[in-house]
Design a protein around this ligand. Structure first.
Ligand SMILES: Cc1cc2nc3c(=O)[nH]c(=O)nc-3n(C[C@H](O)[C@H](O)[C@H](O)COP(=O)(O)O)c2cc1C
Length: 228
């Protein structure tokens, strides 16, 4: 469309269609990169975002860069709406061939949380967590012949969950289950999971009772351009 608009009618039509007179940015969808509402923040034009920075982009990047593992919680409960928001973010993750080969166990029952904390002390479920989310792979939904892709898919969902928790002022930590066969079996037994539902990890979530330092992990020597 960009080429067609430019080629056939030139900048004048672009101005007419988009109301933009910057003469440089008539876009394929008929919009204009400068005057158009920013698709990210939807609060100001792209022109303003380019000049001042887009507050939403900054907030997303800030959220990624300040997430830390939280292992100590106050014991306060969180609302059903908060739990749903976390899960909506988890399920928004990418997955190979969009198979979404996942199931999510949400543990809110105090006794169950206590049992998880006792059985898997490393999971921190006994440290005042409001809930534990257990992202699982559903092998019956996995890609035929490439079943292990479920691990990538459920990992992406787990990271989304951690980032959402942080954005909502909650704390969370990824605690490992798969590929430790013993932990997988123990957890399957406790949660009554059929064999084809494989827990990847346990994620306790709650109101933080600690503020761990953010770790600076940037290391330019680990980045390789074009060849290793
Ligand atoms: C696959 C995996 C397994 C983990 N297992 C545990 C665990 O069993 N217990 C725990 O406290 N933290 C666990 N963590 C959290 C890591 O210790 C933590 O992400 C790491 O130290 C970096 O710290 P940060 O998350 O604050 O950036 C795990 C993280 C990953 C990705």
């Amino acid at each position: 469309m960009k080429g067609i608009v430019r080629g056939i009618t030139g900048i004048a039509l672009c101005v007419f269609l988009t109301g933009c007179s910057c003469n440089t940015c008539c876009k394929e969808d008929g919009g204009c990169c400068e005057k158009q509402e920013c698709k990210c923040c939807k609060k100001q034009t792209c022109e303003q975002c380019n000049k001042k920075g887009c507050s939403m982009q900054q907030a997303v990047i800030e959220n990624i860069m300040t997430r830390v593992s939280v292992r100590q919680f106050t014991g306060e409960k969180i609302s059903d709406e908060q739990v749903e928001s976390l899960l909506r973010c988890a399920l928004a993750a990418p997955s190979a061939m969009n198979k979404q080969p996942w199931e999510f166990m949400v543990i809110s029952d105090e006794e169950m949380l206590g049992l998880l904390g006792e059985t898997f002390p490393y999971s921190r479920c006994g440290n005042g967590a409001a809930i534990a989310v257990i992202p699982c792979g559903n092998l019956e939904r996995a890609i035929n012949g490439m079943e292990d892709f479920w691990i990538n898919d459920v990992s992406a969902a787990t990271e989304n969950l951690l980032l959402a928790a942080h954005a909502m002022g909650l704390g969370a930590v990824w605690t490992g289950v798969h590929p430790n066969a013993e932990r997988v079996k123990q957890l399957q037994d406790i949660l009554n999971l059929p064999e084809h539902i494989v827990p990847l990890c346990i994620v306790p979530v709650g109101v933080p009772d600690e503020q761990p330092e953010v770790k600076d992990k940037w290391d330019a020597s680990r980045i390789h351009y074009n060849t290793f």
